[in-house]
Design a protein around this ligand. Structure first.
Ligand SMILES: NC(=O)C1=CN([C@@H]2O[C@H](COP(=O)(O)OP(=O)(O)OC[C@H]3O[C@@H](n4cnc5c(N)ncnc54)[C@H](OP(=O)(O)O)[C@@H]3O)[C@@H](O)[C@H]2O)C=CC1
Ligand SMILES: CC(C)CCC[C@@H](C)[C@H]1CC[C@H]2C3=C(CC[C@]12C)[C@@]1(C)CCC(=O)C[C@@H]1CC3
Length: 336
């Protein structure tokens, strides 16, 4: 039976590289669905995939993870098209208006935290957030809440005893506990909404395992490392994309000290591809699977314990359920 794989944010970067790598492994046995916000870019991605794999089954689906109504109608469409989903890659993500703290960077450069700084970007980045038309914080809605709602909507095609399904989150090494506050899950008050949303996805994955494992649904998180994509090009805004390429020799050098500099979307997708091949029952819900690239350019996946606890994950889950019920009520009122 063909495996059905849905990838959010599949039209560029790590998501597109994942699709390419999955098709290279098994062109005939997969039904790929690219769930994208921008359909122009989605068409281009589909054409590129079909050029290298002409017999592949690649479908497109319009979905904006930051919009409640878009997620709900996309989920309806998925349920019409497929009886079941084997893999749901929750990959779409944004880090808008990142501010690079040059002072923090130089401070970190001459401190014992230099390796951590290059591995996680901690201490040198802040982000500016916006508000969606549903009244939610944009980064929270795009990276976390839209995906949460999607999972909830897709329960009937994801939960099948006897044949497990997998949820796979593209998290980050930039996810850290200090950026997250249970009393402010949307991060309305801080300057690190991206880090907060990624830490929340780590917590949520654990909670999803607690809730759904009995129903045959498993959740894991990965970190792709530092990858040069449109998401990271925004960090040095006055730097055109091609100038980033000039930094590549320096980045290769840094890679000798920190194997988290995976740099290309192909390398960054390593842990996503690795998880595709694992039995979900054998995975550890408390670790993050990390894509790593050695100084010699070899890719591998390593499990690293996450700084999360069951109690906080359950509390976050409850808050997300509560928010879900509020936004559904609002949506009903709007429709009336
Ligand atoms: N690059 C890196 O170093 C790292 C990236 N990550 C994570 O990897 C994931 C992929 O990012 P990456 O490949 O780097 O960056 P890209 O910008 O190349 O890819 C992001 C993808 O998400 C999509 N997307 C953004 N907003 C929405 C939305 N509202 N609805 C639907 N799709 C949306 C984009 O589509 P569109 O064309 O419509 O904008 C695009 O396809 C993200 O979750 C990111 O946080 C994690 C750690 C490091
Ligand atoms: C010579 C300098 C101009 C080099 C600057 C390097 C930094 C721009 C990068 C070092 C570590 C990187 C990193 C990220 C962004 C770019 C760096 C800060 C992320 C925060 C991007 C988004 C993520 O999810 C995690 C990444 C961790 C590492």
């Amino acid at each position: 039976m063909n495996k059905v794989v849905l990838v959010t944010g599949a039209n560029s970067g790590i998501g597109l590289a994942l699709c390419e790598r999955l098709l290279s492994q098994d062109t005939e046995g997969l039904q790929l669905c690219l769930a994208c916000r921008n359909m122009g870019r989605a068409q281009a991605a589909r054409s590129a995939l079909l050029t290298s794999h002409p017999t592949a089954q690649v479908a497109l689906l319009q979905m904006d993870t930051s919009s409640i109504s878009s997620v709900i109608s996309a989920a309806q469409e998925i349920k019409l098209r497929y009886n079941r989903l084997d893999y749901l890659y929750l990959n779409a993500g944004i880090m808008p208006n990142p501010q690079f703290d040059l002072k923090g960077f130089f401070k970190g450069l001459f401190s014992s935290k230099i390796i951590t700084m290059f591995a996680t970007g901690e201490g040198i980045l802040t982000q500016k957030d916006g508000v969606t038309s549903d009244g939610l914080r944009e980064i929270f809605a795009t990276n976390l809440f839209g995906h949460f709602l999607l999972i909830r909507e897709l329960e009937p095609v994801l939960c099948h005893e006897g044949r497990p399904s997998q949820l796979i989150w593209t998290s980050s090494s930039n996810a850290h506990r200090s950026a997250f506050n249970l009393e402010d899950i949307q991060h309305q008050r801080g300057t690190q909404p991206y880090s907060s949303s990624k830490y929340a996805s780590d917590l949520l994955s654990l909670a999803l395992n607690t809730h759904y494992n009995k129903q045959g649904l498993y959740s894991s998180v990965i970190c792709p490392g530092f990858v040069m994509t449109s998401l990271t090009y925004g960090i040095l805004p006055s730097f055109p994309a091609f100038l980033w390429t000039l930094l590549i020799p320096l980045f290769w050098l840094i890679r000798i000290f920190t194997n988290t500099f995976t740099l290309t979307p192909y390398n960054g997708a390593e842990a996503l591809v690795w998880l595709f091949k694992q039995k979900p029952e054998s995975l550890d819900p408390t670790v993050k699977y990390q894509s790593l690239t050695s100084g010699l350019g070899n890719n591998y996946t390593q499990a690293r314990k996450m700084d999360i606890d069951l109690e906080t994950s359950k509390a976050l889950y409850e808050k997300l359920l509560q928010l879900e019920s509020e936004v559904r009520k609002k949506l009903k009122r709007k429709v009336k």
